[in-house]
Design a protein around this ligand. Structure first.
Ligand code: PA5
Length: 431
């Protein structure tokens, strides 16, 4: 089976291969900055080699903790927000059944990604009769949403199990030595996992941040890492026309400079909804700074063809679109003959996936005709190996695209501003 790949034929109606080729030298320079760790923000580029040089002991500990959790918990609540949440959920939702959302005995729930009291109260109710573990994830250890959820669920665990037993059921993923969360973990004796220093949240899916919840959901993390390793090797190529992540990054920048200020990522498979949300964070938080950056948004089709589709087709011509196309149908469903006279005989004998793909192809043609350039990312099948490839692929696109744009794709000063303001408004003194 082929690797994930980019089809940009529908962009060449708007820009030329010559426009793209002009970026060859810029890409070479930025490739050398990225891989040589000499560009802006290089202190946060350890994700580049991480699939090869991850901490093997930590990896074994993830597997041991997974076994314990799967044997002792019907449910695990993952507490975290932004990069400490979205990557794990993206991978879990892509690779687990639509309704149970797990391949193991342990169902995954999430908290700390909002401050909704309805959500928290109903989650407490939902899990009250289940055996529980929690995994709290925060690099800084001070993010308010996560800290509030931890306070609530630590207390709940101690009331449910007593302090000693709760200790075995609470897993902490944070900085290796500093921060409030690390101090609590040390004092209480919780099992801890490390967020590597040189990797920021949205690039941390393939570290303990993502891997513990993903593994607990019964997903094969060896295959995930193998996919990322192979993609890292494929993308270690400075030649623009042989590196599809770099091509995608260059095309984004050319379109942006031509007035296409919005990128809309479309999925036609609801399993990828959280993957597109993770991409939304990856691109917006990496690029949206210094008065620049494409606004990255998503649609879930065909659902959103009946809501946002009108805007894409006929609004201001400032949009381009990137479609995630899953090539192989893993759950074929054939439309059978029926006696109902509904006028749908023409789809009898066809699979739902066939019809979905025709909807996708028809929409792409309409959008391109309507002056919306279209990129298509082909994903051979929704399996661990290809999701590993996909994660690494998009991280590389975001990094290269940010470098071409001339910003630091590895910081998030705007997010820090909001955090500081919220703390001040809440009366925290040492902000
Ligand atoms: O990508 C990032 O760095 C951010 O989205 C963070 O992951 C997010 O703000 C949560 O931070 P922390 O892990 O420190 O709780």
């Amino acid at each position: 089976m082929s690797n994930i790949n980019l089809d940009y034929t529908n962009v060449l109606k708007f820009i030329t291969q010559e426009d793209i080729n002009k970026y060859s030298d810029v890409v070479k320079e930025n490739h050398s900055r990225l891989r040589g760790k000499s560009g802006v923000g290089c202190e946060f580029t350890d994700w580049i080699d991480y699939p090869f040089c991850y901490d093997k002991q930590e990896f074994d500990n993830i597997k041991k903790a997974t076994q314990y959790i799967n044997e002792n918990a019907d449910a695990m609540i993952v507490l975290g927000i932004g990069g400490s949440y979205l990557g794990a959920r993206a991978v879990i939702e892509a690779l687990t059944p639509t309704f149970s959302k797990t391949n193991s005995n342990t169902k995954i729930y999430y908290a700390g990604n909002n401050i909704s009291s309805k959500y928290i109260k109903q989650l407490i109710e939902e899990v009250k009769d289940k055996s529980l573990c929690i995994n709290v994830i925060s690099k800084s250890g001070t993010t308010l949403e996560t800290s509030i959820a931890f306070r609530i669920f630590k207390d709940l665990m101690e009331k449910k199990y007593g302090k000693e037993e709760a200790k075995n059921r609470i897993f902490v993923t944070t900085d290796k030595e500093k921060g409030v969360l690390k101090n609590i973990a040390n004092t209480e004796g919780y099992m801890t996992f490390t967020v590597p220093d040189g990797i920021c949240g949205r690039y941390s899916v393939l570290t303990s941040v993502g891997l513990l919840p993903i593994s607990v959901a019964g997903i094969n993390i060896d295959e995930l890492i193998k996919g990322a390793q192979d993609m890292a090797n494929i993308l270690n190529n400075e030649n623009l026309n042989e590196n599809s992540a770099y091509l995608y990054a260059v095309i984004r920048n050319i379109l942006y400079n031509n007035g296409k200020k919005i990128e809309i990522m479309a999925n036609y498979d609801s399993s990828l909804k959280y993957f597109t949300k993770w991409c939304t964070q990856l691109f917006n938080e990496s690029e949206g700074k210094e008065g620049k950056g494409i606004y990255f948004s998503t649609v879930e089709n065909t659902t959103d063809l009946h809501s946002i589709g009108q805007y894409i087709q006929q609004s201001e011509r400032i949009i381009f679109e990137t479609v995630l196309n899953v090539e192989q149908d893993t759950f074929p469903y054939i439309i059978e003959h029926t006696s109902i006279d509904d006028g749908l005989e023409y789809i009898e004998g066809k699979t739902l996936d066939y019809i979905n793909k025709k909807a996708m192809e028809g929409t792409i043609v309409a959008h391109v005709d309507g002056q919306v350039p279209n990129l298509k990312i082909n994903i051979p099948i929704l399996k661990e190996y290809y999701i590993g490839q996909l994660v690494y692929y998009f991280q590389t696109v975001a990094a290269m695209s940010g470098y071409i744009l001339g910003i630091n794709p590895f910081n998030q000063p705007g997010v820090e501003d909001y955090k500081k303001n919220m703390f001040k408004l809440l009366g925290k003194t040492n902000v």
